[in-house]
Design a protein around this ligand. Structure first.
Ligand code: ADP
Ligand code: ASP
Ligand code: MG
Length: 801
């Protein structure tokens, strides 16, 4: 029994990769005989074709190109320490001499025929097969190598080849393949006349399945440089994941629509001989990879997305087409006759137009052919126009389960719509295994990301940007780090911090930043802080939601909130400056949020992590009537008054509060009472009062000296009272922030540390007010409050809409 392994160019890029490939072959042997189909070393086929083109353009640098290629092969032979290295080097050298001779002719005549290109471009595989065979032999394994041109007979046609199975089989049987390892050149073959030809670019995959069929193998493993077939090209869609299983048809459709990881024709020999095809990564041989076989799991209706670029769209339009049978037949028959492959067809049901996509290289020929075909109809005015739109790309969605599930097409097109991508034509394959859309090529990556995210990402995936990496921002990032994995696993909430910015620098990540290293990355970052590019980065099209966390105390930053919301970005902040600003701006911000259906969350504006705003909102929204709100609203001032026990001076205690991180960055903001005043405004506005900052009666402590404070506290103590700095809102809408005295048995007297306390006296909570109490300042609780807002946002967004 045979098994086939195919190694792509990147898996044979240098001596190290050859060694790794050999190790894989040996470990996969498992009692079977092994055929190894090889591609050329990476880049070699391209370089060979380029050298032919250079020669044809009369550019002598083709010689340098060839010399570099020859050197690369000779160096690899040396590095592999092959037993027959001098012989092999001699073969390689004489091959290059032969190519140079051929290309000299091309250089002189400036003409490169198809045959010459085919002949030259297939050499990479000849060399890489001999290198691998030489390496196996040098390590005492029984190995033989096979030049596929001597076995595989094909008839080339426009885009692929037709295999002559019978002749190929006879030729293979005539070879002596009594060996453990049979190394076969991929990509190359010959015609019935014995002329060297190829299976077209990327054709080694097809070689592998053809030889799998010829040898009667049960599996063909394609070894490449990625973990398997991804749900989209991983270079374009960072979110793509490996698809564990695909049916032959799904794999073929994905490949046809541009998933370069496998050649689309690979599947036909596999289907005919029921060969399982596996795609695996040479860099990670133990990863499971993708299995392609007759069936695929139906619980995953959509398997993947791909894009074919460099397309043009041709639109044939005319009233005369209505009801005339055979117009489509005529168009496509004519195109087939000139070997133009039509990648996608879309016909409006009105039959007013036929629209199809062809590769750009065939654009002129296709247009000319259609015009010639309909010359009479055009003269008669039955067909008015044959339009050509350049710069197109086809984005396709593939999956077997599409037919049974409702809404797949809707989701696909609405994702494109949401990303603002204009769809020029639509087609659904008759197999209903794919839906494809023609879009502008420049939008291909954005389109792939948008459709991929609609089907593959949790709706609770948040692209997060943190502005301000000080105490609160820093603590939030540490808290996130410890919880992110678990939230993703258990609740499907996918929090991705993709940007962090302070006043000087910023760091951005495509997927997410490593939260254990962000401090170093930020301080070493060469990107200076640039708010606009930061915001645009966080607001990525390919992720369902974006949120900016303003962890600063900057008033200037709050001026951008409205524009962020209108761009579709949610905002979370402990920064009070926005909510305490002019009422007109307050109202306008909320209108903007509502219009764009985005969230602005700021629970930590009052009482840090304590549920104060939520509680008040709950009371108001359920129809309770607020009679009075009274509270110690400043953690800083709370700490200061709780710590003034008669032994330390006022200024000493203020300094201590600052050093503990309990104050605003500028402690005068706390002492001035402005911070309490802002909180009062925010609470009053939650109650529906249209109040401005200048309506708050504020007593400032900023100018208070130690003696006056000591005297004040003493007199209170003598009267059996304590002094607290409190904010009050009464039922008439009067707001005040000032020192007040309370008896020692009052709840406000028993506070400790930086506790906040708020008492809500309402119609329902009248004789006994509702009281919320607890630490109301400090980085841990404030950051945790912001974190809780983030989770609240995730659940709002996760709700079906
Ligand atoms: P090889 O040299 O092994 O034949 P290729 O370069 O031909 O490798 O194909 C592998 C590449 O295909 C990957 O590196 C990847 O960038 C690209 N690719 C495009 N679409 C996909 C997809 N859907 N899944 C996996 N890889 C893809
Ligand atoms: N070496 C060929 C190419 O680059 C065939 C292959 O790699 O599959 O197209
Ligand atoms: Mg390939």
């Amino acid at each position: 029994m045979w098994t086939v392994h195919k190694f792509g160019g990147t898996s044979l890029a240098d001596a190290d990769r050859y060694r790794a490939a050999c190790q894989i072959i040996l470990s996969e042997q498992s009692g079977k005989r092994v055929a190894v189909v090889v591609s050329a070393m990476s880049g070699v086929t391209n370089a060979l074709i380029e050298s032919v083109n250079l020669a044809a353009a009369h550019d002598e640098s083709y010689l340098n190109k060839l010399q570099a290629l020859e050197n690369r092969h000779l160096e690899t032979i040396t590095a592999l320490k092959l037993r027959n290295s001098s012989m092999l080097s001699e073969t390689v050298h004489s091959d290059f001499s032969a190519i140079k001779e051929v290309l000299r002719g091309v250089w002189i005549t400036r003409l490169a025929s198809e045959r010459i290109i085919e002949f030259v471009s297939g050499h990479g595989e000849l060399w890489s097969a001999q290198l691998l065979h030489g390496y196996l032999e040098s390590h005492d394994h029984r190995s033989t190598w096979l030049d596929a041109r001597k076995t595989l007979v094909v008839e080339p046609n426009a885009n692929t080849v037709t295999v002559d199975w019978q002749t190929s089989k006879q030729k293979l049987q005539a070879q002596s393949i009594e060996t453990d390892f049979l190394v076969i050149t991929g990509y190359i073959a010959s015609t019935h006349d014995g002329v060297a030809t190829t299976l077209k670019r990327n054709g080694s995959d097809l070689s592998a399945s053809i030889f799998g069929a010829l040898l009667g193998a049960d599996t063909v493993t394609i070894w490449t440089d990625v973990d398997g077939v991804f749900s989209a090209d991983p270079r374009r869609v960072p979110e793509a994941v490996v698809v564990p299983e695909l049916s032959y048809q799904e794999a073929a459709e994905l490949a046809y629509f541009g998933a370069k990881v496998i050649h689309p024709s690979t599947m036909s020999p596999a289907i005919a001989h029921n060969i399982t095809v596996a795609i695996k990564n040479t860099f990670k041989p133990d990863a499971p990879g993708t299995k392609i076989s007759a069936t695929s799991p139906m619980d995953m209706p959509i398997k993947g997305f791909a894009a074919v670029e460099d397309m043009v769209l041709i639109n044939v339009e005319g009233t005369g087409m209505i009801g005339i049978p055979g117009v489509a037949h005529k168009v496509f028959g004519a195109l087939r006759a000139v070997d133009v492959s039509v990648v996608m067809i879309s016909q409006a049901s009105s039959e007013h137009s036929i629209c199809f996509a062809v590769p750009r290289v065939h654009a002129a020929l296709a247009k000319k052919t259609v015009e010639e075909t309909f010359v009479v109809e055009m003269q008669r005015g039955e067909i008015q126009t044959v339009d050509l739109t350049d710069g197109c790309c086809i984005v396709a969605m593939v999956g077997n389960g599409m037919i049974e599930r409702l809404g797949m097409a809707g989701k696909f097109f609405s994702a494109l719509g949401k990303a603002g991508i204009n769809v020029r034509a639509i087609a659904q394959g008759s197999s209903e295994r794919n839906i494809s859309a023609v879009i502008e090529q420049a939008e291909a990556t954005r389109a792939l990301r948008a459709v991929h995210s609609a089907f593959y990402l949790s709706n609770q995936t948040l692209s997060i940007g943190v502005i301000g990496a000080g105490l609160i921002g820093g603590t939030l990032l540490s808290q996130l780090q410890t919880r992110i994995e678990e939230l993703k696993r258990n609740r499907g909430i996918d929090l991705r911090v993709r940007g962090i910015m302070n006043s000087r620098q910023m760091v951005l990540a495509d997927r997410h930043l490593a939260l254990d290293r962000w401090r170093d990355e930020l301080s070493e970052s060469s990107k200076s802080a640039d708010l606009e590019s930061f915001v645009n980065h966080v607001n990525a099209d390919h992720l369902p939601h974006a949120v900016l966390i303003d962890a600063t105390a900057s008033a200037e930053l709050t001026e951008h909130y409205e524009s962020w919301l209108s761009k579709g970005i949610n905002i979370i902040t402990p920064n009070k400056k926005s909510n305490a600003g002019p009422f007109a701006a307050y109202r306008s911000l909320r209108e903007t949020a509502r219009r764009h259906q985005r969230y602005f969350l700021y629970e930590t504006n009052v009482g840090a992590g304590l549920p104060i705003i939520q509680t008040l909102r709950g009371l108001v929204e359920t129809g309770d009537e607020v009679i009075k709100i009274e509270g110690v609203l400043s953690g800083t001032l709370s700490y200061i008054f709780n710590s003034l026990d008669g032994h330390r001076t006022f200024s000493e205690v203020v300094r201590e509060a600052h050093s503990l991180g309990l104050t605003e960055p500028d402690p005068r903001e706390d002492l001035s009472g402005m911070d309490v005043a802002r909180k009062l405004i925010i609470l009053a506005r939650e109650m529906g009062l249209e109040v401005e900052m200048d309506s708050v009666h504020v007593e400032s402590l900023a100018a208070e000296d130690d003696q006056t404070m000591a005297a004040l506290l003493n007199s209170a103590r003598e009267a059996g009272q304590v002094v607290r700095y409190v904010g009050t809102i009464d039922s008439d809408g009067n707001l005040s922030a000032q020192m007040r005295r309370y008896p020692v048995d009052h709840p406000f007297a028993s506070l400790s540390g930086s506790d906040n306390i708020v008492s809500f006296q309402t119609a329902r909570y009248n004789t006994q007010p509702m009281i919320v109490r607890g630490p109301g300042a400090g980085p841990e609780v404030t950051a945790a409050g912001v974190f809780a807002d983030l989770l609240r946002l995730a659940s709002f967004l996760g709700a079906p809409h």
